[in-house]
Design a protein around this ligand. Structure first.
Ligand SMILES: NC(=O)c1ccc[n+]([C@@H]2O[C@H](COP(=O)([O-])OP(=O)(O)OC[C@H]3O[C@@H](n4cnc5c(N)ncnc54)[C@H](OP(=O)(O)O)[C@@H]3O)[C@@H](O)[C@H]2O)c1
Length: 149
């Protein structure tokens, strides 16, 4: 993947930027609101942003704002479009949180193979798609900051 260096707009000591995959429910939602309450600029992704009502309500109740973006971790093009848009807007991302995932309880022999594949595609390769899209740009900007005053 080719990584373009973007101009950093914030800088250390300024507002920090967080991306939480699947921040529309559960742990992702709570994490998104907690980061926003701590003063971070928070982007919560979900496969279908129209389903952000619970997050919107929780953020409003906490008196904070969380930006919702469309992202499906199993679709590399979707991950690249979402993270590219975020980086264009913020110029920087401090914390990617790979929260999207499928939790499955039960004996391994009872899991249908298709479900095992879905778990790996989401929990393993989904996280990898996000890690391929974001940290190279983070490294690139860290390098720029070391070189520029
Ligand atoms: N709750 C627990 O006790 C527990 C324990 C261990 C690990 N975890 C892990 O912690 C994370 C959050 O857990 P949670 O309980 O808060 O879960 P949750 O409310 O079910 O949220 C998980 C989110 O992952 C996304 N997701 C599910 N299947 C997906 C797929 N095939 N492709 C892309 N995204 C998919 C969905 O978000 P969108 O559809 O909005 O994108 C879903 O809302 C998960 O990764 C879970 O496996 C939870």
């Amino acid at each position: 993947m080719r990584v373009a260096c973007l101009p950093a707009q914030g800088g250390c000591g300024h507002i920090r930027v967080v991306l939480i995959t699947s921040g529309g429910s559960g742990i992702g939602l709570e994490t998104a609101v907690a980061f926003a309450k701590a003063g971070y600029a928070v982007y919560a992704s979900m496969r279908d942003p129209r389903r952000s009502a619970r997050l919107d309500e929780a953020a409003a109740a906490a008196g904070v704002h969380v930006s919702v973006i469309a992202l499906g971790v199993t679709e590399p093009a979707s991950v690249e479009a979402a993270t590219g848009g975020l980086l264009e807007r913020e110029g920087w991302l401090d914390v990617p949180v790979n929260n999207a995932g499928i939790g499955e309880l039960g004996a391994v022999e009872t899991l249908p193979p298709a479900q095992v594949l879905a778990i790996f595609e989401t929990n393993v390769f989904g996280a990898l798609h996000v890690l391929r899209a974001v940290p190279p740009t983070m490294r690139c900007l860290v390098l720029q900051r070391r070189l520029l005053p």
